[in-house]
Write a protein of this length. Structure first.
Length: 137
């Protein structure tokens, strides 16, 4: 029961953060940094779930646990991907990222392992663009 409540709370938080980013409640660089922190904080959990999944897969009785672990991984990727895609969108709207990179980074936010690379690149590019002097044309 407590796991379900935690999942619902995390999903609601992810939606609130994503909607806030789209509604311009925070800047793109801050959102990109938040995404990077969230995704890197999940790495130990993914490693633990992977190791436990391998251990449980060795037993016939552990297959159910493996399925549950995969579902938890998919839920975590979905929630952090939603926040990451919102950060990419916010940076696109602030003209920190071009359209092509925004589409690529937005999609990759939902791909396991590649999302870490995408969130670091999004943060680096958005920080660099935010620090660059703007020229009005």
């Amino acid at each position: 029961m407590i796991e379900a409540l935690c999942f619902v709370a995390a999903a609601v938080f992810a939606v609130i953060v994503a909607v806030g980013a789209i509604a311009r409640a925070s800047d793109g660089v801050c959102m990109a940094r938040l995404t990077m922190v969230i995704k890197f904080c999940h790495v130990p959990a993914y490693v633990a779930i992977f190791v436990l999944g391998i251990l449980f897969a060795l037993s016939v009785w552990g297959i159910l646990f493996v399925v549950v672990f995969v579902l938890f991984d998919c839920a975590a990727i979905g929630m952090t991907g939603l926040i990451g895609a919102a950060a990419v969108y916010r940076n696109y709207r602030e003209k920190h990222l071009p359209a092509g990179s925004s589409v690529l980074f937005g999609i990759v936010q939902f791909v396991f392992c590649a999302d870490l690379v995408a969130c670091v690149m999004t943060y680096a590019r958005s920080r660099k663009a935010a620090r660059a002097p703007r020229t009005e044309s």
